[in-house]
Write a protein that binds this ligand. Sequence first.
Ligand SMILES: Cc1cc2nc3c(=O)[nH]c(=O)nc-3n(C[C@H](O)[C@H](O)[C@H](O)COP(=O)(O)O)c2cc1C
Length: 167
Amino acid sequence: MRALVVYESLWGNTKQVARAVADRLGGVGTVDIVDSDAAPTTVDGYDLLVVGGPTHAFSMTRAATRAEAVKSHSAPHAPARGIREWLNELTRPAAAIPAVTFDTRVDKPRMPGSAAKAARHELRSLGFETVVKQETFRVHGYEGPLLEAELERASAWAGEAIAALGL
Ligand SMILES: Cc1cc2nc3c(=O)[nH]c(=O)nc-3n(C[C@H](O)[C@H](O)[C@H](O)COP(=O)(O)O)c2cc1C
């Protein structure tokens, strides 16, 4: 089993979740983990694609929300290419590849809209097959940290994907 985990992260919370997912997947195969700036735009040859990013303004980030994160909220890093732009460049797979998506969002207040849902929608229209329901992991405030036990939940969610693939 070869899995690719693509993540976007400004403060590092989504990156931590991506790593927990990758660690769990690493128990059953080989895993490449890469941020959206460096992610390949063709993913043929992988047996599972995992895509994760923070929710900004009810959906996947945009250049404007990333700029706002840096300017108004002191984010230490903003990718030039978030998962939204990467998905726009991603080519249709030759055969349907299983895919799963997750996002990170603030715990309080709870707001509608999910980057994971939006990413899942994009992947499905590109011909990927989403095998488990998208998942959300919660952070305190905009900068985090993750709520307690979210990394354990991320690991369990990756386990669901493994089970869905029959691995
Ligand atoms: C400009 C901006 C807009 C945001 N909009 C939302 C939102 O609509 N809903 C939400 O739950 N969290 C929102 N957040 C909080 C982010 O989801 C949070 O910063 C992110 O989960 C942190 O993950 P990271 O460390 O990987 O960047 C927003 C944050 C920023 C900076």
